[in-house]
Design a protein around this ligand. Structure first.
Ligand code: NGQ
Ligand code: ZN
Length: 462
């Protein structure tokens, strides 16, 4: 039996004092006891313990592209960014994928994420043909997750068209395209590999732009045959052009169309869902689906602002993703989410709730719960039966020193450098980050920089 004693811990119902966490060999919490006594010689946390944040949306390879489109070309938009991103993706090989993801996952762990959902759509070789082993690039991501210890949900992406109404895919999309049957075969291949490392397998129809109605229906039915409760993630209503194109095609907005034509329920994660009307907020929230908010990417790409209060008003579940990885930091996503709402509505403390006046505490608890649901794994916080995935803040860090625990978490999110206060990070009861550093930090960073340099060189070649 393993244990950790914490003077303060953030449990699903709020902050508790003198908490003894115990977990079994499988890394599952077996006891969460408040008002406990530290046993002599037993490990004691260096500060408040908060649940690890699930990252519900990642395209790992884009980490190596972050920062490379922050200059003015002509008509800079989401769509021109995407053209550059496709160009970058065109030369990516399995070794690049593994090196980039290994560093990214180490970075995530150092920044308070304890698990990640990979929305994995680069399937084929550079010429658009399947690899001899069709699962090659997904397996590279699974290896990166295993090496770093991060919890993992693999979401192979179905991508078939370049726009509503079955528009043929473009050149830049050739590595993504596969039939529904070949997707179902890929899922069959990946299921045992995921099971072997405690990862969850789901499916990601890329978007309504990329997946026609029949394929969406068949793919979801095929997934249900493999695992009836597996997570299903889709990008939706991120850009206003997507909304306009969807209305032109179907007469409906994307979220409304999806709710009418797909079995949307608690298995689903609606990634972005930025542009919804009042009825979509209500129906979407009541469907039980998780809204997958990616605040720094949505800001970086100029998507728009999600109406957080409207979603929560209807009891909507939500969680956080780092998506394009312009930022890799759980606390910074919380900050961006809260600040976007303050700027939009000219209010303060929008994220506080009736039960929880401290914004950082309220947002953390809700994002962990929604993120766990979207990940399809038992990572919903510090409660018996959940994995022992948690972050220990450093009570000696200057921004936190001497404060009550809820203010320490507030200071971590709003008043620190947002990684500096992270002391240790545990996944399934194993310490993966100690004194702010992942064991693979140096080695993984060097391999990442080498892979990025190689990709940029290859991109410049004729
Ligand atoms: C993606 N990114 O899948 O990486 C997309 C761009 C697309 C975001 N949606 C590609 N943020 O939407 O077709
Ligand atoms: Zn995305």
């Amino acid at each position: 039996m393993n244990t950790l004693f914490a003077a303060d811990a953030l449990l699903p119902g709020g902050w508790a004092k003198n908490v003894l966490l115990s977990w079994n060999a499988a890394g599952q919490l077996t006891q969460v006891q408040s008002a406990a006594q530290p046993a002599a010689g037993a490990p004691v946390a260096n500060g408040p313990v908060v649940p690890g944040m699930p990252n519900l949306h990642s395209h790992a390879f884009q980490r190596a592209f972050a920062g490379l489109t922050e200059y003015r070309a002509q008509q800079d938009s989401f769509w021109s960014w995407r053209t550059l991103m496709y160009r970058f993706a065109a030369r990516l090989g399995p070794q690049h994928m593994e090196a980039i993801a290994t560093w990214l996952y180490a970075e995530m762990l150092e920044a308070g994420y304890t698990s990640v959902c990979e929305f994995q759509y680069v399937h084929h070789d550079a010429d658009g043909r399947p690899y001899a082993d069709d699962a090659t690039l997904s397996l590279a991501l699974l290896r990166a997750a295993r090496k770093t210890g991060i919890g993992f949900t693999l979401l192979p992406v179905l991508y078939q068209t370049s726009g509503f109404g079955g528009l043929p895919p473009n050149e830049g999309q050739r590595r993504f395209i596969r039939s529904t049957d070949s997707m179902l075969r890929l899922l069959d291949t990946l299921k045992p590999a995921c099971d072997a490392q405690g990862a969850r397998l789901g499916l990601a129809p890329h978007s309504l732009r990329a997946v026609p109605p029949d394929a969406l229906r068949e793919a979801v039915a095929g997934l249900e045959a493999i695992d009836p409760s597996a997570p299903i993630h889709i990008h939706i209503a991120e850009q206003t052009k997507e909304v306009d194109d969807c209305v032109a095609w179907s007469g409906q907005r994307p979220v409304a169309w999806l709710l009418d034509h797909a079995p949307v329920d608690a298995r689903w994660c609606l990634v972005h869902a930025t542009h919804m009307e009042a009825a979509e907020y209500e129906r979407g929230a009541k469907s039980g689906a998780v809204a997958g908010l990616c605040p720094t990417t949505e800001a970086n790409l100029g998507d728009g602002i999600f109406d957080f209060s409207a979603w929560r008003h209807h009891g909507g579940a939500w969680g956080l993703g780092s998506d394009s990885h312009a930022t890799v930091n759980a606390a910074e996503e919380l900050l961006m989410l809260e600040y976007s709402q303050r700027l939009a509505w000219r209010q303060r403390n929008v994220g506080a709730s009736a039960a929880q006046p401290h914004v950082a505490t309220a947002l953390t608890l809700e994002a962990v719960r929604g993120g766990a649901q979207a990940s399809g794994r038992a990572i919903g916080g510090l409660a018996v039966g959940q994995q022992a995935d948690f972050v220990v803040l450093d009570a000696a860090q200057l921004a936190l020193q001497g404060l009550p625990a809820p203010d320490m978490l507030s200071a971590h999110v709003f008043a620190s450098h947002r990684t500096s206060a992270i002391d240790t990070v545990w996944i399934s009861g194993q310490p993966r980050v100690a004194a702010g550093r992942h064991a693979l930090h140096n080695e993984a960073a060097a391999a990442f920089v080498a892979a990025r340099s190689q990709l940029l060189q290859e991109n410049r070649a004729p």
